[in-house]
Design a protein around this ligand. Structure first.
Ligand code: HEC
Length: 411
């Protein structure tokens, strides 16, 4: 039923909206606490157990905040926890992964020129990599390597680059980048869910029982939140990257990913230093700019042209075998292919927009649902109707998609 395609599209939008909102709440509170922590000042008059304090002004009043490390002497009456921002971001993100990449595995997850996976193999690899990746990360943090924060960071960096390379060997470039973001965000959320919050609960239980909490819990939380601090910006880059094929769909995409992790450190280092009132290290911005320019250059290095296999994938055969196909293909080839080609002929479009190629039968069949939504049901494509698609042509794209979906249902 074609209504399903429309409902699915709206569901995808709703979950994306939720995901962005929860991520803003999580990252916002996380950045706030990092800055607060770094800005704390030690003063002699502080109460017993207090580590530092800060004054802030916002929204018409002054805030006087004191941090107790590991905990105050007794349990406070009210305690606000910060955890659902993180959990909700992960849950909505995983829902998106299911909707976009598992629901659309044949188009977005699997690239048969990279690795010929079945849908279930691809989904298994995706979910498995998130779980196994977390276990390896957690073991590394708890191992003797974890004693030295810089050694640990170096080892984790190598592991992330290996993940980046690995993902590009099994998935589409777009899915590879998204998975790198999802994997990193899973580490961050699991740090909150499995390490930081459970440890805080132990400390609270100690307080209630009148015991003095073990300071080791503060040290562990610090290690994990340091990682979260440096991983935040790369995650956002990877999540947004699916709008920019130059980032994910070029020959050295995994090297680009490796450099993105470095920019996460250089940019955060500036803010961390400024918030700690330790100067303004301008070199971090210069280094970030250099890395960014290297990324731009890397995206122009071409892959040797692959032997494009242009047979229609089984999952999309219904669209190529439909009676309206040849008419629909004519519309697409005359109205869309000038931009959506491996080598676009449209001035100012150097690469197929969003990596959507609409040249061969295989391309067109594989993108049937997107063509339907972008140019049939809506007027999103072509931009400004620049190639003058007529009402009849749009109706034809609609008839093609809807009848092919109906046919495959009744077959
Ligand atoms: C003048 C060039 C041009 C033409 C012609 C054109 N497109 Fe596009 N298309 C674009 C650009 C640019 C984008 C990226 C828009 C963005 O970044 O949101 C795009 C994006 C898309 C996407 C991906 C949308 C998404 O958000 O994932 C689809 C699908 C698409 N076009 C289909 C079509 C179809 C079908 C036609 C013909 C009816 C067509 N386009 C004609 C330039 C063009």
């Amino acid at each position: 039923m074609y209504e399903f395609a429309i409902a699915w599209e709206w569901l995808s939008f709703a979950v994306r909206w939720l995901h962005v909102v929860t991520a803003i709440a999580w990252i916002g509170s996380s950045f706030y606490f990092i800055a607060l922590d770094l800005g704390l000042v030690k003063r002699p008059h502080l109460p017993v157990g207090a580590y530092g304090e800060e004054w802030q002004v916002h929204g018409g009043g002054f805030y006087h905040i004191q941090k107790y490390l590991v905990a105050p002497a007794t349990m406070p009456e009210h305690l606000t926890w910060f955890k659902w921002e993180s959990y909700a971001t992960w849950l909505s993100g995983f829902a998106m992964l299911c909707i976009v990449y598992y629901g659309g595995a044949d188009l977005f997850l699997i690239d048969r020129h990279v690795l010929d996976l079945t849908q279930w193999q691809a989904i298994g690899l995706s979910a498995g990599s998130l779980a196994v990746g977390w276990i390896i990360y957690d073991l590394l943090c708890k191992s003797p390597l974890g004693k030295n924060i810089w050694v640990l960071m170096g080892v984790l960096y190598v592991a992330l680059v290996a993940m980046a390379w690995g993902y590009t060997q099994v998935f589409t470039g777009r899915a590879a980048f998204l998975h790198l973001g999802a994997f990193t965000a899973t580490i961050m959320s699991a740090n909150v869910f499995l390490i930081i919050i459970p440890n805080q609960k132990i400390v609270v239980a100690d307080l209630i029982a009148g015991r003095t909490p073990d300071p080791k819990y503060g040290v562990i939380a610090k290690q994990r939140s340091l990682h979260n601090n440096y991983l935040t910006l790369p995650v956002i880059f990877f999540m947004l990257s699916n709008h920019y094929p130059l980032a994910f769909a070029t020959a050295y995409n995994w090297v680009i990913a490796a450099l993105v992790f470095l920019m996460g450190v250089t940019i955060r280092h500036w803010f961390n230093t400024v918030h700690a009132r330790k100067g303004r290290p301008l070199w971090t911005w210069m280094l970030t700019t250099v890395i960014f320019i290297v990324i731009m250059w890397l995206s122009t290095v071409q892959k040797p042209p692959a032997n494009e296999e242009s047979s229609v994938a089984p999952a999309f055969r219904q669209f190529a075998e439909n009676a309206h196909f040849s008419a629909a293909r004519d519309v697409v080839q005359s109205r869309c292919s000038m931009c959506h080609a491996e080598q676009p002929v449209w001035e100012g479009i150097p690469r197929p927009p969003k990596n959507v190629k609409l040249e061969t039968d295989a391309d067109i069949a594989a993108h049937a649902r997107e063509i339907y939504l972008q140019a049939g049901r809506t007027h999103a494509m072509p931009p400004g109707n620049i190639t003058e698609v007529s009402g009849e042509e749009r109706a034809l794209l609609v008839a093609w998609f809807e009848s092919a979906v109906e046919e495959s249902r009744t077959r």
